[in-house]
Structure formats: C-alpha cells, structure tokens
Design a protein around this ligand. Structure first.
Ligand SMILES: Cc1cc2nc3c(=O)[nH]c(=O)nc-3n(C[C@H](O)[C@H](O)[C@H](O)COP(=O)(O)O)c2cc1C
Length: 208
C-alpha cells in the first residue's frame, strides 16, 4: 500500500480527497451580492448534519488561483442567508456553467440560462429548474485557515423546503424521478441510475 504525508502541496491532498470521497452530492448555493444581484455556485463538499433542527453544511475552499475567499461565503457572512438547490441530470450542464469564476456581481443565473424565482422566507432566489430547494439561515462557521486550499464549514438552518410535485410520492422523494447527479474526481460526474436496495438487520432479528 502507498502512504502519503499530508503536509506537502495542497493540490495533492485535494486530489486525494476528491478521488476517495465520492460520489459527492452537489449543493448549488444561491446568495445575494452586496448590490442585490444574484450569485450561484455549486459545492460538492456538502452534507446533511441534523434533522431537527434541520441543518446542512458545505465547504467553500479559499481560491487556489488568487488566495481569496469565494463570493458565496463572502455573501453568506454578510447577509446570513442562502438557498441550496439540488441538481438533477437535466440541469447538470447549466450547473457546471455556474462554477465559472465570473467577476464579483455578475449574475450566474443569467450566465447559465437558469431561472431565478423568489424564496418564501430568505432573500436569495431559488432555481426554478431545480426540483428541491432548501431556504437557509446562516448558523455557524468553522474556519481552517486563509491560504489557498483551506476550507471552512458553513452550516445553515433550513427554514423552508420546497419539492416539485413530480418527484414527491406518499411523503417520500422518488430517487428515480429526482434523477440526481453527483461529483467524482477531476471532471467526473455520477448518475444515480443504478440504485440497489439492502435491508438492515434490526436488533430483534439479530436476537432471534
Ligand atoms: C460540481 C462542482 C462542485 C464544486 N464543489 C466545490 C466545493 O465543494 N468547494 C469549493 O470551494 N468549490 C467547489 N467548486 C468550484 C466552485 O463552484 C467555483 O469556485 C465557483 O466559481 C465559486 O463561485 P463563487 O465565487 O460565486 O462562490 C465546485 C465546482 C463544481 C462544478
């Protein structure tokens, strides 16, 4: 087995993370810029944290090219609000366009061809073409440094969820109909078209 120390180049660590922790779900985070314009960016360092209160977390890294923070955390730390939109395969190419590093204040909705719609509680817009939206109020930030590649955990309390009727059946989200995509290493993406089921043994069954 090969072994590596983690105190070298950040890019080596980064490649190891994205090649090992996968498929990663994608949060497309909508925020408002200081002038009120829209900002949209995908983040695959993303997970659920708590069911009640409903908390989700993602991690924007410091930009490797400039050593500066990304626009998304800057906007969240100022306005304390954001929306997380879930990515189905039908909009994957447009979401990929949202990751383009546009100058601050340029609207990624317009750039990608996605449609902004009002949220019910927070200021940032939702993506009309996305089938699930989480309206979030900023909760916590854990920062791991200010050098290129340093990450931070941003958590949000979900104050409203929205789901398209087409993917919602008997109180559950139908994975096949949602048809989400996920991120792999490099430019790899995953489809969720080969899902399999496995029942968990419960305590009562083990004791039989
Ligand atoms: C599918 C996908 C997932 C991404 N995940 C992350 C991530 O978890 N963390 C991160 O810092 N950048 C991630 N990026 C890159 C950001 O989306 C990109 O830097 C974007 O320009 C940031 O935009 P902002 O400056 O408006 O926040 C990802 C890009 C793509 C296409």
């Amino acid at each position: 087995m090969l072994s590596f120390d983690t105190n070298g180049e950040f890019s080596q660590n980064y490649k190891f993370l994205i090649g090992s922790i996968l498929p990663r779900p994608i949060a497309v985070v909508s925020t408002l810029n200081e002038d009120g314009s829209n900002n949209l960016a995908p983040f695959s360092f993303f997970t659920a944290v708590s069911a009640k209160p409903m908390i989700i977390a993602f991690s924007p890294l410091i930009r490797s090219a400039t050593g500066k923070p990304k626009d998304t955390p800057t906007n969240i730390l100022r306005s304390k609000e954001f929306v997380i939109n879930i990515v189905s395969e039908s909009i994957a190419d447009k979401i990929n366009l949202c990751s383009t590093e546009l100058p601050y204040g340029e609207d990624e909705f317009a750039f990608s061809g996605l449609t902004p719609i009002d949220s019910s509680i927070v200021g940032p817009k939702r993506i009309k073409e996305s089938l699930i939206h989480f309206e979030c109020k900023f909760r916590d930030r854990l920062n791991y440094g200010d050098e290129p590649g340093c990450g931070q955990i941003i958590t949000g309390e979900v104050v409203k969820v929205h789901v398209d009727e087409s993917v919602y059946e008997n109180g559950r989200i139908n994975t096949k109909k949602l048809n989400p995509v996920a991120r792999g290493a490099g430019n790899d993406w995953f489809r969720a078209t080969d899902v399999f089921e496995m029942e968990r043994l419960m305590k009562a069954q083990i004791q039989k």
